[in-house]
Design a protein around this ligand. Structure first.
Ligand SMILES: [Zn+2]
Ligand SMILES: [Zn+2]
Length: 729
């Protein structure tokens, strides 16, 4: 090597994306003896700290100057794939987030970035104690079956306390030893239990499998009625990905659904998939991350953050229940996981399958204009048929005073119980009553930090704010007029509905399913088992029950207030209502028992009720899309929501006004506001909304960035930018 080449090598700089603020690219020199490539995970100095970053490309300056510090070292592991780096850049650019903040979601598992250390475990020394208790016998059995194990695994598998193991060690029957690193997990077996598919399912499965086998990127919509067997169809696409030795990612909207999904997966493929969500333990988290960052085949199921796992051989992405609003992340980097999944599929050149019984209007539109290919499953699988949907006109047949269940629903509910079937009562309101007011002076109890009523929860005997979590004891007298015992609960929540059922149908075994009663995947699993075992007659739930659960003996769904989602008048109210009501109705009659859904409504003539009763979803979709087109709303134009918030109402308003005053003046760029947000006060911050609308094909991000970067405002004011907003509160 000539001298000049050596010099050049020594002077090499790279740009590194930092995973901590300022979260952007910095140049570092590469010390001699270290060889780095784009995607490599490195430690670099930042001020006095040592921080984590990823090599993004060549340095921006040709020759390192004195100021450029050398990087400290490279992590000995596979670096980020090019497709993932491109995804990070895309998300940062599209959603106007600092790139390092997006990278942070990728490097979210610090322990996975450490070098593997040998684990300390126990092995059988060969000697046996004189007294062998059943517990001790189980420990030896586990060790003879599995070889040396870590303490936690022995305790779990043998169902003994750690003391039993320690005692055996003290007596010399077990010895501590380094054990083999996490054994490679068994890959899923695509032929383990092949499902019997209907001709409809078969056709769709074939198209999906071909896309996987040909590694054709592009989006497919699997649009099938509830109970059509969509999961079985996309399982075939997963099987195809496994046969190609690739990785498959399945996104599901809710942690509560994971266990049920895993059970079905295991039945089909013989092993558990790798799970990824906020409830998994550190070890699983680390191993799942490492497994993704390897080239072995595997199937990963998780909530939206699983999208940022470092897959090396991604061959398929599935977004189940693609319409679900949980895919929208509202804090930190504000993104829509469904849309990011589509981009990841594009960068990784693999197919993306969107799955839903009630696809979002955006997705319908993308099918219409030919961007996505639609596969339909118009019929339920096997002998089951779609539920009959009937509306009860509450103006004509109201419930008796003090009740929320109309006589008609009451009658069908009793009949269902006599037949030994299960009922689901749906009311999308947590707690006992949404409002507590004074019967004497009309005073309403509101949250002190939010513009919202406090919701009474009888289970905890507290009034709770559903926005900030504030809780207080229900006052005995009115805080305003001091009248004693004058506070009245107004309107029903699920707890109040349960009280009504317990009073009028005392023989029914009733269970609640809301985010207050089901806080973890484990609790959801117990409830699902109780439903399947027939230990519950009437399940009362909020929107949590609408999400993909499969209860074969559930034949009646009663919707207590079908009009609840129609008010509020935001862009998606109609679409969301339609999705919720068809999803919840779809829980009825899933196997050979026929199902029925009863909607209690004051507006039976509303287009949504009409579409549900006639089973004509597509008519509703056409009309809703036409209305959006005429109003110039998404998916025909693009929206960006901005929330300007501050503890000082005046500051917030001034910054909001400044933003509007300095907004770009170019054709096609429209700005609305500022206006107080529907929740004008949240967690003690005053909020103003600004809405930007542009045509779809538009250099929106560059325009937004140049507008916002030019302006400066007090640190006491925050501006949240929400590209393609979902919530308008
Ligand atoms: Zn009062
Ligand atoms: Zn509050």
């Amino acid at each position: 090597m000539t001298a000049s080449l050596v010099e050049e090598e020594n002077n090499r700089t790279v740009s590194v994306l930092l995973s901590v603020p300022p979260s952007r690219l910095y140049d570092y020199a590469v010390p001699p003896g270290i060889n780095v490539l784009p995607g490599d995970i490195v430690d670099v100095p930042l001020g006095k700290r040592r921080v984590l970053g990823v090599v993004w490309g060549p340095g921006s300056r040709l020759r390192p100057s004195i100021k450029i510090k050398p990087l400290l070292g490279k992590r000995q592991m596979t670096g980020l794939s090019l497709e993932l780096s491109r995804l990070v850049d895309w998300v940062a650019n599209y959603y106007l987030a600092p790139p390092g903040l997006v990278l942070r979601m990728v490097l979210s598992t610090p322990s996975a970035l450490q070098e593997r250390k040998p684990l300390k475990g126990y092995r059988d020394s060969g000697s046996r104690p004189q007294r062998i208790t059943p517990q001790r016998a189980r420990v030896f059995e586990v060790l003879s079956k599995c070889g040396p194990c870590v303490l936690g695994d022995i305790v779990r598998s043998a169902n003994v306390s750690p003391g039993v193991v320690k005692q055996l060690e003290n007596e010399g029957h077990l010895v501590v030893s380094d054990i083999q690193l996490q054994p490679e997990s068994e890959p899923p077996n695509p032929d383990y239990q092949v499902s019997q598919l209907s001709p409809d399912q078969e056709r769709s499965a074939e198209v999906l499998c071909r896309a996987v086998t040909d590694r054709k990127s592009g989006v497919k919509l699997l649009d099938g009625v509830t109970g059509a067997g969509k999961t079985e169809v996309y399982f075939e696409a997963i099987a195809a990905a496994i046969r190609r030795e690739g990785q498959a990612l399945v996104l599901i909207p809710e942690i509560a659904l994971t266990e049920d999904w895993i059970r079905r997966f295991q039945g089909r493929f013989g092993v558990r998939p790798w799970a990824w969500h906020s409830e998994i333990g550190l070890t699983t988290r680390r191993e799942t991350w490492r497994q993704a960052n390897s080239s072995s085949p595997g199937v990963f199921v998780g909530t939206r953050s699983a999208l940022f796992l470092p897959f090396q051989k991604l061959g398929l992405i599935i977004v189940d229940e693609e319409h679900d609003p949980s895919y929208k992340q509202e804090d930190g980097v504000v993104y829509n996981a469904r849309d990011v999944a589509i981009m990841r599929g594009r960068f990784a050149s693999c197919p993306v399958i969107l799955v839903s019984a009630t696809p979002s209007l955006e997705t319908h539109h993308n099918v219409e204009v030919g961007r996505y290919e639609k596969l339909s499953l118009p019929r339920r699988f096997g002998l089951s048929s779609l539920p009959d949907i009937e509306a009860i006109d509450m103006r004509v047949n109201p419930p008796v005073a003090g009740r929320w269940i109309s006589p008609r629903l009451d009658q069908v509910l009793r009949q269902t119980m006599q037949e030994g079937s299960q009922t689901l009562l749906f009311l999308n309101r947590r707690g006992y009553a949404p409002l507590t007011l004074c019967g004497a002076c009309g005073f309403r109890i509101e949250c002190k930090s939010c513009s919202a009523w406090l919701v009474e929860h009888r289970e905890s005997s507290l009034l709770t704010c559903h926005h900030c979590g504030h809780q207080e004891i229900r006052p005995k007298c009115c805080p305003r007029c001091a009248a004693l015992d004058s506070m009245v609960a107004c309107g029903p929540g699920v707890e109040r509905l349960a009280e009504e059922v317990n009073k009028f149908v005392p023989e029914a075994r009733v269970r609640l399913m809301t985010s207050d009663t089901i806080k973890s995947g484990g609790e959801a699993k117990v409830l699902v088992q109780d439903m399947l075992a027939g230990n519950i007659d009437i399940l009362i739930g909020t929107q949590m029950v609408t999400k993909g659960f499969h209860f074969p003996s559930l034949t009646l769904v009663g919707v207590i207030d079908a009009d609840l989602g129609l008010s509020g008048g935001n862009l998606r109210a109609g679409e969301r209502s339609m999705q919720l009501l068809s999803q919840v109705s779809g829980r009825a009659g899933r196997e050979n028992k026929s199902g029925r859904a009863i909607l209690q409504t004051y507006v039976p003539e509303h287009p949504i009720m009409a579409a549900l009763i006639q089973g004509d979803r597509d008519k509703f979709v056409r009309e809703e899309l036409e209305a959006r087109r005429q109003a110039g709303m998404p998916p025909f134009n693009r929206l960006v929501g901005m929330i300007v918030a501050s503890a000082s109402q005046q500051y917030a308003f001034e910054v909001a006004r400044l933003l509007v005053r300095k907004a770009p003046v170019v054709s096609g760029f429209e700005i609305f506001g500022p206006a107080p947000a529907p929740i004008a006060l949240l967690r003690g911050k005053y909020r103003f909304r600004i809405l930007v609308r542009t045509p779809r094909k538009y250099g929106l991000q560059a325009l937004l960035r140049s507008w916002l970067d030019r302006l400066d405002w007090s640190k006491e004011v925050s501006v949240k930018v929400d590209v393609d907003p979902y919530s308008f509160t």
